[in-house]
Design a binder for this molecule. Structure first.
Ligand SMILES: Cc1cc2nc3c(=O)[nH]c(=O)nc-3n(C[C@H](O)[C@H](O)[C@H](O)COP(=O)(O)OP(=O)(O)OC[C@H]3O[C@@H](n4cnc5c(N)ncnc54)[C@H](O)[C@@H]3O)c2cc1C
Length: 385
């Protein structure tokens, strides 16, 4: 292995949106002796590439809302900060309620969100119809809409972070899987790769759905499970309006947003067992399409153009794990975003760099410590789609 790759102050494992954002933020704050290791040929080839691009602040816990609000600010400033045009559209997220019980819960969630600074509005079925005339509203009680939410291009943001980090001096290496660790007492002294060991003072586990596997190489139990999630898109249709928001049907769970001149549709299969399977389940694609047609009957005119499956990286409470590991003194975990890792990537890069440099991040991360599970103090995020 060549000499300048033998050592790095920080080694980040995982070149998805989270690892890329952390690499950029560390380098921007002056820690430039950083190596970002990705086992695949392309950065962001796993969950980041499968993402629907949704960005929202409508969550049910303070820490998720804070991660979102900070991220939204940073998404909005990204193009200027990086000198790079990237697609980010604050078209809003609309959560539609179909039952009185769901409406009551949604109203309480919205009150909570407003207290934390999220500008959520309640919409009547008439107002929903005005905003998106093709929606079937006869069985809706109402919706909650947040205008600062929206959509972004995961690939554009990932590439922006990678390019900027590289320019600042970060060594960004593809096809470099971490296969093991060298440890001494409670510290990692080096990461092992097929191309040789890299000794380091700090390892950041940003391996997404594989973060648990990476932990096992150290004998650690990091509770992050991979779970397959699917998406389908339609061909272009002249009546689809790119100004429509992300639309979520709380009844079926289907979510939809304009994608190019077509529509993107996704839905969680609640019966999906954990596992690394990313084969497309054609039957489930049909279920997604049927649920979408129920809400937008005109979709019957369309055709499925593409469909794919990817992995959510799910923790027991649907919050990420961000923080130092209590047993390995130089291991920091930033993984397990439970399907919200794109929207939380800008804030995560920032708070991780603050944790490393200042010891005190600008968002209180105590709710995201891994110890919350062993201490039985984890609080579930309830708005998960
Ligand atoms: C269908 C679908 C829709 C989604 N929609 C949204 C959405 O609308 N909004 C949103 O915010 N999020 C969404 N998500 C979730 C989002 O994609 C993820 O939360 C996010 O991409 C996680 O980023 P990451 O960097 O942690 O993981 P990844 O992008 O998976 O990156 C982890 C990387 O680590 C690498 N790696 C693993 N092990 C090793 C190793 N040993 N050595 C080196 N490298 C390794 C992997 O190859 C991978 O590239 C969606 C996900 C799916 C599947």
């Amino acid at each position: 292995m060549d000499r300048d790759r033998e050592r790095a102050e920080v080694v980040i494992v995982g070149g998805g949106i989270i690892g890329a954002s952390i690499a950029y933020h560390l380098a921007a704050r002056g820690i430039k002796d950083v190596v970002l290791l990705e086992r695949e040929l392309f950065f962001g080839a796993e969950s980041t590439a499968k993402c629907a691009g949704g960005i929202r602040a409508q969550f049910t816990t303070p820490v998720n809302i804070q991660l979102s609000l900070l991220s939204i600010e940073r998404f909005a400033a990204f193009s200027e900060e990086m000198g790079l045009p990237v697609d980010f559209r604050q078209v809003g997220y609309m959560f539609m309620s179909t039952t009185p019980a769901n409406w009551e819960t949604a109203k309480k969630n919205a009150e909570f969100q407003r207290r934390w600074g999220v500008p959520v509005e309640a919409l009547s079925p008439d107002r929903i119809k005005e905003m998106v005339p093709v929606l079937e509203t006869s069985d809706l009680i109402g919706a909650h809409f947040c205008p600062i939410d929206g959509l972004g291009d995961p690939h554009g943001f990932l590439q922006g972070y990678i390019k900027a980090a590289r320019k600042l001096g970060v060594r960004i290496l593809n096809q470099r899987p971490v296969t093991g660790f060298v440890t001494e007492n409670d510290r990692i002294t080096a990461v092992k790769t097929p191309q040789g060991n890299i000794s380091t003072g700090l390892v950041i586990n940003a391996a997404g759905a594989w973060a648990g596997q990476l932990g096992k190489l150290l004998g650690l139990d990091i509770p992050i499970l991979p779970v397959r999630r699917q998406i389908a898109t339609t061909d272009a249709m002249s009546w689809i309006d790119p100004r429509w928001p992300m639309m979520v049907d709380n009844g079926s769970g289907v979510y939809m947003h304009p994608e190019g001149s077509g529509l993107l549709m996704g839905m969680a299969n609640k019966a999906e067992p954990p596992g690394f399977n990313t084969n497309l389940d054609e039957d489930f694609t049909s279920e997604i399409v049927m649920a979408a047609i129920h809400r937008i009957p005109r979709l019957e005119e369309g055709r499925v153009a593409t469909a794919w499956a990817g992995l959510y990286e799910v923790t027991p409470d649907h919050h990420p794990i961000i923080g130092m590991h209590p047993e390995v003194s130089n291991l920091l975990i930033a993984a397990g975003f439970s399907g919200h890792g794109f929207m939380h990537a800008p804030a995560t890069g920032q708070v991780v760099s603050e944790l490393v440099l200042d010891g005190k991040p600008s968002i209180d991360l105590s709710a995201l410590r891994i110890e919350r599970f062993s201490e039985n103090v984890a609080v579930d995020e309830l708005m998960v789609i």
